[in-house]
Design a protein around this ligand. Sequence first.
Ligand code: PRP
Length: 214
Amino acid sequence: MTGITIALSKGRIFDETLPLLAAAGIVPTENPETSRKLIIDTNNPDVRVVIVRASDVPTYVQYGAADIGVAGKDILIEHGGEGLYSPLDLKIAKCRMMVAVREGFDYAKAVRQGNRLKVASKYTKIAREHFAGKGVHIDLIKLYGSMELAPLAGLADAIVDIVSTGGTLKANQLVAVEHIVDISSRLVVNQASLKVKRETLQPIIYAFAQAVEK
Ligand code: PRP
């Protein structure tokens, strides 16, 4: 059997992938929240997990440094999905990509007036495509986090960000004004690995698919 490397990000994706791995008989020996290790062994000597930033999962899988990985649809849209086979919606880490503004900001009017809207986001591709689709001109400001601050600090009129419970928007007096796309995590597979390591990978993909349907 050929060794398999699985790329995961720590936090919600790691936690919610654990039951799917268990369904495939794979149990990591450590938790990245408590261990500083970036390569984690599993109960199966032929399977290891590498811990990478969520936005780096598609890159590891694309170049074959990992055979499979779990990445949010948001990350996959931004990455573009080159060299990746994405066979399965795992229906985990669900959230929504939204446009949000300061409470009291007249978004409908700002969009209608045809002025350029200042939009801040980590998700520049999603933001650009969304507003292009509406025919709204924007000045796009790339951020790497804490996007909720941008409208409050006067950096932008609107943000494009992920909303899960809505708690972060609420705590910062922001409101969601548009829903762009529903997000969940997908299994991504390196296309070459799928051919070369088919015998090992296919049962894992099948076990994941069965577990998702339950
Ligand atoms: C995401 C997102 C929001 C928050 C939304 O950030 O950017 O800040 O979660 O969740 P809520 O609706 O449940 O409050 P995350 O914690 O993933 O960190 P990030 O800023 O690094 O993306």
